[in-house]
Design a protein around this ligand. Structure first.
Ligand code: ATR
Length: 308
């Protein structure tokens, strides 16, 4: 049971537009309850033009921190007082920690400072999404990225972040495919400059790959096409498949991968691990990952045993 709300209760929130489908409140409140913190995590519907005011307002209200989701992650880079290395490196902010200047001149997380002692405040922007992709692929799919070959589908915001993070993780050969192929060239040039050890190829692989990864939004709606050309690639040429989409639990992409006998996983783990890391940044505690996973499964699929 959650403790009662009182004058010491601290708040976290997720900001997005739209936001009513977010599973983050369920995941974080489960962790808060499990650890007995006097916190609550809520969701604020925030339009892009309101983002600056909302971040500043949350800081002034001495909230613990924020998560940001679509469409705010890029905008927030310019709106936080300090950009953490993770946000700078991966080019987006999905987590904000509020800090107060202590009497010793040290910046402390607001969780450690009584509200009336928090006079000078700042917001620090982090990125916990990029590491979550890698953790989910490695833990949920049991796939080793270092030295592997990957076909990455998608060169939008999610695809770009995934491509950079996979290159940083030591993927040896990275094939980039997108409905609008021209976007892949630009992304490829960017990766080659930053990660020369990664062999980036724009287009479909001729031989086998270890992993095929869907980072497009194709599959969110039942009528969506597969995110690649069937004539150019067949699942039997891969060992494993990962879909960043988690709702629906089984996209056409994952169904077809499973039919071809591939190990496969959906994006629930990514959502979980980005949340777990955000929770650790705010709380300074180890996130109760399994408690958070169960809360997500229940919230999103209405069951702890979804058709995965
Ligand atoms: P996100 O932040 O989720 O990556 P985005 O930046 O809008 O969102 O990118 C959406 C991605 O899904 C793009 O790679 C897009 O392809 P285009 O660059 O050609 O637009 C891809 N996408 C969306 N709908 C698709 C579809 N029906 N088939 C294939 N790819 C699709």
């Amino acid at each position: 049971m959650m403790g009662e709300i009182n004058a010491s209760t601290r708040l976290c929130a997720v900001l997005g537009w739209p936001i009513h489908h977010s599973a983050s409140p369920a995941m974080h409140n489960a962790a808060i309850e499990h650890l007995g913190l006097n916190w609550r995590y809520v969701a604020f519907a925030t339009r892009p033009e309101e983002l600056s005011d909302t971040i500043r307002g949350a800081k002034t209200a001495r909230m613990v921190g924020l998560n940001l989701t679509v469409p705010h992650k890029l905008l927030a880079l310019d709106l936080v007082d300090v950009v953490d290395e993770t946000a700078r490196r991966w080019g987006a902010v999905n987590t904000i920690l509020f800090e107060a200047l202590s009497s010793e001149g040290k910046w402390l997380p607001l969780r450690d400072v009584p509200a009336e002692n928090a006079l000078q405040l700042r917001s620090v922007g982090y990125n916990t999404d990029a590491d979550a992709i890698v953790r989910s692929i490695q833990e949920d799919l049991a796939f080793t990225l270092r030295g592997s070959s990957v076909l990455l589908l998608g060169a939008g915001g999610a695809g770009r972040a995934a491509a950079l993070r996979l290159a940083a993780e030591g993927v040896e050969k990275l094939f980039l495919v997108n409905r609008t192929m021209a976007k892949c060239e630009e992304l490829a040039a960017f990766i080659r400059a930053d990660f020369p050890a990664c062999n980036v190829v724009v287009g479909y692989p001729k031989g086998r790959v270890g992993l095929v990864l869907n980072a497009t939004s194709a599959g969110l709606k039942p009528a969506d096409p597969l995110p690649f050309e069937r004539t150019e690639f067949d699942f039997v040429s891969a060992d494993a498949a990962y879909d960043m989409i988690y709702r629906p639990a089984r996209t056409r992409f994952l169904e077809a991968a499973a039919e071809a006998g591939l190990r496969n996983a959906n994006g629930l783990g990514m959502l979980l691990y980005q949340g777990a890391k955000a929770f650790e940044i705010w709380s300074g505690m180890i996130a109760p990952v399994e408690v958070m996973r169960q809360a997500l499964l229940k919230q999103i699929y209405g069951s702890s045993n979804p058709p995965m």
